[in-house]
Design a protein around this ligand. Structure first.
Ligand code: 2HA
Ligand code: ZN
Length: 271
């Protein structure tokens, strides 16, 4: 029998949680990931057929009825997932009425999906309307991006332009810029709704004084997106460490040339 624990899905999510932890973005139980998996990709695994328990979601996720998600557990540490994936990960299927999730695999010591599951599912709902290839939502606490939320106005145009100008890579990887919500209490459906609304226009959203939400087609792409945003914020921090005086930078015209060369459209509201 092919066991789900040996699947490419568990392997990859374990690798990415470990990498994110190693990068310093997931102290203690910080961070969470959800990965949407097609039914056809689960059919060979005998150990994902039975419903272990049913969990209330606390909101209506009916646009995702029947969908399967591999998700990190609430209170679980990213650093541990790689060594205890059957405890720290769970595979769930959203019920037909969209009110609950059926646990099919994992969370073997009684775990539950991340406290940010509402934000994840609401984000999946919005992103699927825009891009059906979208499978991943990832949240973590990248240090330098969080620092920016103290030193900069919480203004999407200003923060996006700042990050674009820190390295040539930024505009190419996130030409739509970065969404910013106000500071809000984590784990609530309110922050979920605010995040999902921003996800109509952006693939990456800053949670001031807390962290980031990123989305993508797969785990590598989503991780790479967050990594690129955080690299830009890190360069800004390092400029501060070198005295903070900027003598030259990428100009608006050079950003336009970059967009043309890489065939991306920079958010016209920001450039
Ligand atoms: O998973 O990061 O925002 C713990 C968190 C909550
Ligand atoms: Zn968090």
């Amino acid at each position: 029998m092919v066991k789900f624990v040996d699947s490419k899905f568990v392997k990859k999510i374990s690798e990415i949680t470990h990498e994110s932890y190693t990068d310093g973005w997931d102290e203690r139980n910080g961070g969470n990931i959800s990965l949407r998996i097609d039914a056809v990709d689960l059919k060979d695994f005998e150990d994902v057929k039975d419903i272990k328990k049913t969990l209330a979601l606390g909101f209506n996720a009916s646009p995702l009825a029947g969908e399967y998600f591999l998700v990190t557990g609430t209170g679980r540490y990213f650093r541990n997932v790689i060594n205890q994936s059957t405890l720290d990960l769970g595979l769930v299927q959203i019920t037909d009425d969209g009110q609950k999730a059926k646990l099919l695999w994992g969370f073997e010591d009684g775990g539950l999906p991340t406290s940010e599951f509402p934000s994840h599912l609401m984000t999946h709902i919005e992103r699927l309307k825009i891009d059906p290839t979208q499978r991943v939502v990832m949240h973590c606490h990248p240090t330098n991006l969080i620092a920016l939320s103290f030193t900069q106005e919480l203004d999407e145009a200003q923060i996006s332009r700042l990050l674009w100008k820190m390295q040539a890579e930024s505009l190419v990887v996130f030409p739509e810029g970065i969404g910013v919500i106000p500071y809000m209490t984590p784990g609530t459906t309110d922050i979920g709704r605010a995040t999902a609304t921003k996800m109509q226009d952006f693939r990456v959203v800053m949670w001031p004084h807390h962290g980031i939400f990123g989305v993508g087609a797969d785990l590598d792409e989503t991780f790479g997106l967050i990594e690129t945003v955080e690299k830009a914020a890190t360069i800004y921090s390092q400029i501060g460490a070198q005295g903070g005086k900027i003598k030259q930078s990428i100009t608006d015209n050079q950003l336009r040339e970059l967009a043309a060369a890489f065939n991306v459209t920079a958010n016209p509201k920001f450039l």
